[in-house]
Design a protein around this ligand. Structure first.
Ligand code: ADP
Length: 537
């Protein structure tokens, strides 16, 4: 027997067409470099997006060719998310926080033909321009200043194009729409290419009630950069559901974000733990000193991921009526692969304990814990192994790189390099990245567990734990701590605090180093490589 269903490809163009008609009056708000707000309606945004697609075709863009973006979070970047695929191209988001040489290398590796760049990022572009010759550089006049004549002006291109005459390019659902490079925290950056199909499926899963739970009435604040695993896929979901979007532009300091949250209160906000940590600490300080200045919208949801989310952070936000759901994933997984959904009918401590885990695999993702003894470790919450995943929005290879058995198992699962346990309810708890685990006398100590416990100490603002070589035990933990302004604690006090959190004596750090700030990676994670270089022994 044959199916009777229509054979139509999954397509991002469908989301664009929906937004243009169903949600044409809903708002897309962008914060400009001068901190003023620019407002568009989805109807106008969709016209601009079609105009961008028509303009790219006019410039000669052919199917499958890459168009890079070097942009902050704003409406024009969202136009690129949909306009480039509608024209048959592949959007390649460049990470503006990488070193210029690395950005140039990545653009050359991806063979990006065109570049869309914010005018305020031209100084960065000039630092890597010698490494890759884009055929056209299209400048988005984000600051409002005129665009120099040696570049194409984004607004002029749109104004000259005819959105009404534009027809999206026909495609197969497996054709590519976007690509991102892994940030290279663990080696040379590698390209991951997403398809219409993978993006649509990931968007549907992301929008489920147990994940982002998006409805048209939502107001979404994506603080996660649109170049960081494509803002975790949220922009696609927002357009599919027509939610109001509030883009922070280049203003990501805690005070700027608190201003924006006060002025355009979101119902859902996304960010990495380090930014959220800075935000809540600034907010709580303000509550003591100038209580009327800001307020967090009660009932706001937040999804936080990209690095372990300390339980103390979840509790702090919950005190102010904001519930944090944790997500785990990576560029290779589109990225949402697990989410810690709240457990019904659990006491507070149990709710927080589970919220501080990576959570359960989302639909369409198969996940197993690989141990040395074999794969699929017992779901006992204790046996550690490497997370391996597969699914329709998980990469099966890297762009123009031969398949490496270090990255994929013989039976075709992605080896994530993250070490975790899974419990009887299917909750995954990340203990470390493979290379960050501390191997002490044949036992493993989780640096993530120690960090989370240290950050729950009232004097500690941030903590990162690394392994240092040890003759007797092979490796021992060293904790780098940053104290809150005006606060401090002795190593003995910190150790006593850890013993109170159920750590055994042999798991305690051998040494503490007090530092001014923790180094951060390009995506805002604690950069342990730099700490290892600074404290080699
Ligand atoms: P990179 O870290 O190399 O910049 P990604 O942004 O793709 O690249 O990050 C993926 C990695 O981030 C995961 O492999 C994992 O180590 C870490 N990560 C993501 N989410 C979480 C989480 N909720 N808890 C712990 N680690 C996480």
């Amino acid at each position: 027997m044959r199916t009777t269903m229509m054979d139509l490809p999954l397509s991002l163009n469908h989301f664009l067409a929906r937004a243009a008609t169903l949600f044409r009056d809903n708002e897309v708000v962008s914060r400009l470099p001068d901190k003023s707000l620019r407002r568009h309606r989805y109807g106008e945004w969709a016209r601009r997006t079609r105009a961008l697609a028509a303009a790219l075709q006019g410039l000669g863009l052919r199917k499958g060719e890459r168009v890079a973006t070097l942009c902050w979070n704003h409406h024009a970047h969202l136009e690129a998310y949909f306009g480039i695929p509608a024209a048959g191209g592949v959007m390649h988001t460049l990470n503006l926080r990488l070193a210029p040489d690395e950005i140039g290398w990545i653009a050359a590796d991806a063979k990006d033909r065109f570049l869309i760049v914010d005018d305020i990022l031209l100084p960065l572009y000039r630092q890597f321009a010698h490494l890759h010759a884009f055929e056209r550089v299209i400048v988005f006049p984000f600051s409002g200043a005129p665009v120099a004549t040696d570049f194409a002006d984004y607004e002029q291109l749109l104004a000259a194009a005819d959105p009404d005459a534009f027809e999206p390019v026909a495609h197969d659902e497996n054709d590519p729409v976007a690509m991102c490079y892994t940030s290279g925290t663990t080696g040379r950056p590698k390209g991951v290419a997403y398809s219409h199909r993978s993006t649509v499926l990931h968007t549907l899963v992301g929008c489920l009630g147990s994940n982002w739970g998006l409805r048209s009435a939502d107001v979404v604040l994506p603080v996660t950069p649109m170049f960081h695993a494509n803002c975790w896929g949220l922009p696609y979901g927002a357009v599919m559901m027509g939610t109001k979007l509030v883009f922070p532009g280049p203003h990501l300091h805690p005070e700027d974000l608190l201003d924006l949250i006060r002025d355009e209160p979101p119902t859902l906000a996304l960010g990495v733990p380090t930014i959220w940590l800075g935000l809540i600490q600034r907010y709580e300080r303000a509550l003591a000193e100038e209580p009327a200045r800001w307020s967090l919208p009660r009932g706001m949801r937040s999804m936080v991921g990209g690095a372990a989310v300390p339980e103390s952070l979840i509790r702090a936000f919950d005190r102010h009526g904001v519930w944090i759901a944790q997500g785990w994933g990576m560029t290779e997984t589109s990225p949402l692969a697990t989410v810690s959904t709240p457990v019904e009918d659990a006491g507070d401590d149990e709710r927080y304990r589970r919220a501080a885990m990576a959570g359960v695999p989302v639909p369409l993702v198969d996940l197993r814990i690989g141990t040395e003894a074999g794969v699929d470790a017992p779901h006992d919450g204790r046996t550690m192994g490497e997370i391996q995943v597969r699914g329709p929005f998980i990469t099966g290879s890297y762009h123009e790189v031969p398949v490496d058995p270090e990255k994929f198992t013989a039976d075709g699962w992605l080896r994530t390099g993250d070490v975790a346990t899974m419990d009887e309810l299917g909750y995954v708890r990340i203990t470390d990245r493979t290379k960050d685990l501390i191997k002490s006398g044949g036992e493993w100590i989780s640096s993530v567990d120690l960090e989370n416990a240290l950050m729950a100490h009232p004097a500690v603002a941030e903590a990162a734990v690394i392994a240092i070589p040890d003759e007797k035990w092979s490796e021992r933990p060293l904790a780098c701590v940053v104290f809150k302004p005006g606060a401090a604690a002795t190593p003995a006090e910190l150790n006593a605090h850890l013993l109170g959190k159920a750590f055994a004596k042999w798991q305690l750090p051998d040494r503490y180093e007090v530092i001014d700030a923790l180094p951060r990676t390009s995506t805002g994670k604690f950069w342990k490589l730099k700490l290892r270089e600074r404290f080699p022994r």
